[in-house]
Every structure is written in structure tokens, then in C-alpha cells.
Design a protein around this ligand. Structure first.
Ligand SMILES: [Zn+2]
Length: 344
């Protein structure tokens, strides 16, 4: 009896451990997949051109992310090229002899901002860009670089190069942009991909990634379904920039008429969302900003404003995130006492 009990307890422990470390992989639309459970959310484009990732999760989860991507690449690789003209009989008679092309590797990584939960997996994942697991790599080595290309806004690179922001040890970007947006030079997995800079939002180096054919937007940490947004004034962030970033997302997103759907938006943390969810979040941030601002105009101190709990009505939904209500209020207070920032 005791052994059975011990075995049952051990099994439960294993299951709990498994559940704790398991990744959740969901198909969003077209070649776009959502990977949750590796720290921050990861978004992947997987298809005939290879793999592109937006954010990479934590270093500790990299092996699991690599395994999940291997599964996706194998599952999505075309079994066989479309039969050439006049070649139908061959493909009908010998389908099992046709060797599928090997899945292509991880080609690009885009980081939405420099946080270790979002970029901790950069180095290990980028290293897989060199070879193709389980396939015949000989034909591909000639045109493959040593690692995947790593894209981020220039300010991410500058802050990482200076160090001291908790990103040390993470791989530096190989490609940066300093313009309001960066368009990939050609289609990847059948669609255009655009990276938009969101100035002075969480930090001064935030990017959103827009998959223009699949109509999916990866928001980064300006949007979450589980917590208040982090705003790092010391790294160039500000509450007005967060609101502007959420408005920018809403500018390019389409709702589905009277239904959930339309443009799909991936938050930095939490569940896949639509534009109504982003609008709700934008309204929440705006209302709390306005309350803090009104209290400041009355001459209240930060402590008095925190004590008045301007987040009270939203705390049941968002206080469980990584940003505590008092921290959120303080970051709003600090952004409003800074010199005006923004894009104007
Ligand atoms: Zn985050």
C-alpha cells in the first residue's frame, strides 16, 4: 500500500513538474504560432522560408522552445513540391519515395524590448540558426550565416552595450533600426513583416511587430492581459508613450463586426487578444493616468496618491501581474514629473 501511495505521489510530482515546464503552442493564423510558458510570450512565423521569432523567452526554457520549433517546422514543411506539369503519375505512384525538403532553420529573431524574460533565449536559439536539426544540412551550409539575425531598435543595442540594465549575458542585436519603422525587404513565409518603433513607452527601445498578411500584431510589454504595464522612466519610458503605442496598435488593427476576431494581438504576457481587448487596456491606462494627474494638480504627494488607490477598480483584474498597483502609480507619477517626452 505504501509503495502504491509513494508511486502515486511521485507520479503527481512528475505531472506537476511537467505542467510547470510545459509550453503551450497555439496556431493563430497563416504561418503564425503563439508559444506561451517560456517566460514572456513568443510569436513564431513558421513556413517554407524558415522560422522568424518575436522574442525568445528565458534562457532556462530555450531547450523546450527549440524542441517546440522543431515540431512546428516538421509539421509545416511541405510534404512534396507541387507536381510539375506532366509529372502527376509519378507523384501518385511513388508518394512515399518523394523526399520532403528539410525544414529550414531559424532565420530571424526580433526583440520587442530589452528584458531578460523576452530575450534570454536569444543566444541559444540564434545558435540553432546555423544548422538544421535532423535533416541533411550539406546543401544549406553555404548560404547560412553562423547564427540567426537578431533585430531590435537601436536604443536596445545602445543600452545593452552600456550594460547595467539586467540584460547582461544576453546576445547583442546583429541588426538595428532607428527610423519610425522597418519593413523587411521582401516577403517572409508569404507576407510582409513590419517592425514599428513605439517611442518612450515601456522603454525608449520598444518595438511592435506587424505580420501584415496574417494580420497579427505582437505588442510587447505595452499590452498585457494579466497585469499593469511596466513603465521604466529611467530607461526612457513614460505613460503617455504607452498610451500612444496602444493607440498606434488600434490604428492599424481591425475589429471583427460584433464578434471576437479581426486583427489578433499578442501581448507581452497573457492570452491572445483582439482590438477590443487593447481598447479596454488603453482606456484603463488612460483613466488611471488622468486620476494620478488630477491628484498631482491638487498638490498631493506620491504617497498620498498611492494611498488614494487610483487603480482600485482595476486591481481585481491586474494586481496579480508583475507590476504592483503602487509601482504602476509611481511610474505614472514619475513620467508626469519628467520633462515632456514623446514624438511631437
Ligand atoms: Zn515582459
Amino acid at each position: 500500500m505504501r509503495t502504491i501511495l509513494a508511486a502515486a505521489v511521485a507520479l503527481l510530482a512528475v505531472q506537476a513538474l511537467h505542467a510547470q515546464n510545459a509550453l503551450e503552442v497555439l496556431h493563430i493564423r497563416g504561418p503564425i504560432y503563439f508559444i506561451a510558458g517560456a517566460g514572456a510570450n513568443i510569436t513564431a512565423s513558421v513556413g517554407p522560408d524558415g522560422v522568424l521569432l518575436v522574442d525568445t523567452g528565458t534562457d532556462q526554457m530555450s531547450a523546450r522552445v527549440i524542441a517546440a520549433l522543431d515540431d512546428l517546422r516538421r509539421a509545416t514543411v511541405p510534404r512534396e513540391a507541387a507536381p510539375a506539369f506532366g509529372n502527376l503519375s509519378k507523384s501518385r505512384l511513388e508518394p512515399e519515395r518523394a523526399t520532403p525538403p528539410p525544414p529550414k532553420p531559424l532565420r530571424f529573431i526580433i526583440n520587442t524590448h530589452p528584458d531578460i524574460a523576452h530575450m534570454g533565449g536569444n543566444a541559444k536559439l540564434a545558435a540553432t540558426g546555423k544548422t538544421i536539426t535532423g535533416g541533411n544540412v550539406a546543401g544549406d551550409l553555404g548560404d547560412a550565416g553562423d547564427t540567426s539575425a537578431l533585430y531590435a531598435h537601436e536604443n536596445v543595442m545602445l543600452r545593452m552595450a552600456r550594460g547595467g540594465n539586467g540584460e547582461s549575458g544576453a546576445m547583442l542585436p546583429t541588426d538595428t533600426y532607428f527610423t519610425p519603422y522597418l519593413k523587411f525587404s521582401h516577403y517572409f513565409n508569404g507576407e510582409g513583416i513590419q517592425i514599428n518603433h513605439m517611442p518612450n513607452a515601456y522603454t525608449d527601445g520598444d518595438s511592435m511587430v506587424w505580420f501584415r498578411g496574417s494580420d497579427v500584431i505582437v505588442a510587447g510589454d505595452v499590452f498585457s492581459t494579466t497585469g499593469y504595464p511596466p513603465i521604466d522612466v529611467a530607461r526612457g519610458g513614460g505613460v503617455d508613450g504607452v498610451i500612444e503605442a496602444l493607440n498606434d496598435i488600434l490604428d492599424i488593427a481591425f475589429p471583427e463586426f460584433r464578434l471576437e476576431g479581426g486583427t489578433m494581438i499578442v501581448p507581452g504576457h497573457g492570452a491572445i487578444s483582439d482590438s477590443a481587448d487593447v481598447a479596454y487596456y488603453r482606456d484603463m491606462v488612460t483613466k488611471i493616468r488622468d486620476r494620478v494627474q488630477a491628484s498631482m494638480k491638487k498638490g498631493l504627494t506620491l504617497q498620498q496618491i498611492q494611498a488614494s488607490r487610483p487603480t482600485r477598480d482595476y486591481d481585481p483584474r491586474y494586481a496579480g501581474g508583475s507590476v504592483q498597483p503602487e509601482q504602476f502609480v509611481e511610474s505614472i507619477y514619475r513620467s508626469l514629473t519628467q520633462q515632456p517626452r514623446g514624438r511631437s
